[in-house]
Write a protein that binds this ligand. Structure first.
Ligand SMILES: N[C@@H](CCC(=O)N[C@@H](CS)C(=O)NCC(=O)O)C(=O)O
Length: 218
């Protein structure tokens, strides 16, 4: 049995944990699941109380939430260099970006995809998305400034928050006008992350699973 099982749906937040597993060279298996179903996979439900991906089954039990899963894996594989250690001067900034991406960026990203979680009427949903996009534009301005030296948060090598950000910026619809190019540093960040073999391998698996689900071989 592999050391880790990642409960995963294609092209979701699970891409972050999946890329981190690849990056650290972990022994893992992917357990593909269905979302938004009345009959969730029991093992997935046991690992993720809201049936959201990602969730991880590791040697110590289960972990859910993107940031927690990514940090947990990264800390168990320190040789991969994805963690700013507790005694390092930049530790506070490292924790800051992990939590900012989870609690400031993510809620507005989810509204762009699922305004129906919050309002049933199409007009209110559109208004909510517009207001949320205003908030996103301020978040992206903050991230653009944070990545000014780049390409990653802490220079030439990626750490955990880079995977949390870079697997969300794959979704063009989260940017004002659907256009990431308004943000050159975020664009450079996405390009740098997508050149890593970990992300290439992860994306290939997600594309294959998407094709399988749509009945295509493309
Ligand atoms: N805060 C959670 C959010 C995860 C999340 O919302 N994942 C989506 C896929 S991108 C999901 O599983 N949605 C199913 C649902 O909301 O029922 C995390 O970062 O892990």
């Amino acid at each position: 049995m592999a050391q880790y099982t990642l409960y995963c749906a294609p092209n979701t937040y699970a891409m972050c944990a999946h890329a981190v597993l690849e990056e650290v060279g972990a022994d893992y298996t992917i357990h593909w699941v269905e979302l938004f179903t009345d009959t969730p996979d029991p093992a997935f439900l046991a690992a993720s109380p809201h049936c959201r991906t990602p969730a991880l089954l590791g040697p110590d039990g289960t972990v859910f939430e993107t940031g927690a899963v990514a940090l947990y894996i990264a800390e168990r594989h320190p040789g991969a260099g994805l963690v700013i250690p507790p005694d390092a001067p930049r530790r506070g900034t490292f924790l800051q970006w992990i939590h900012y991406l989870a609690s400031t960026l993510q809620p507005d990203v989810i509204i762009q995809y699922h305004p129906e979680f919050y309002h049933s009427g199409p007009e209110l949903q559109d208004a909510l998305k517009d207001a949320s996009m205003q908030r996103l534009s301020r978040v992206f301005a903050t991230l653009e400034a944070a990545l000014s030296e780049g390409p990653f948060f802490f220079g030439a090598n990626p750490t955990v928050p880079d995977f949390i950000l870079g697997t969300q910026t794959l979704w063009d619809v989260i940017f004002p006008g659907g256009d990431i190019s308004r943000y050159p540093n975020i664009t450079r960040h996405r390009e740098a992350l997508c050149q890593r073999s970990s992300v290439v391998n992860m994306l290939a698996q997600h594309h294959a699973e998407t094709a399988l689900r749509s009945g295509s071989n493309a």
